[in-house]
Ligand binder design. Structure first.
Ligand SMILES: [Zn+2]
Length: 70
C-alpha cells in the first residue's frame, strides 16, 4: 500500500505542514496556533468554523485525504 503525504505550506511561516488549520476551504493553511493567530484571533476562527463554516482543523494524511496535491 502506498502512502501519500500531502504537504501544504503554512501561509505565515511558509514551512510545509501536514496538519493544522485549513481556512476558507483551503485558501489558506496554518501549521499552528501561533501562525493562525498572526492572521486572525481564535474568535474569528471560531466564526469561520461554525456549522456553515469553511474553516477547520485538519490533517492531510492519506486516510483523511480530501484534497488534491498541488
Ligand atoms: Zn506556520
Amino acid at each position: 500500500m502506498k502512502t501519500y503525504l500531502l504537504l501544504f505550506q503554512c501561509d505565515t511561516c511558509h514551512k510545509p505542514t501536514i496538519e493544522g488549520y485549513c481556512i476558507d476551504d483551503g485558501a489558506e493553511h496554518y501549521c499552528s496556533d501561533k501562525c493562525l493567530h498572526e492572521q486572525m484571533t481564535d474568535e474569528e476562527f471560531q466564526e469561520m468554523s461554525g456549522e456553515d463554516g469553511t474553516s477547520y482543523i485538519s490533517n492531510w494524511y492519506e486516510d483523511s485525504m480530501t484534497y488534491k496535491s498541488f
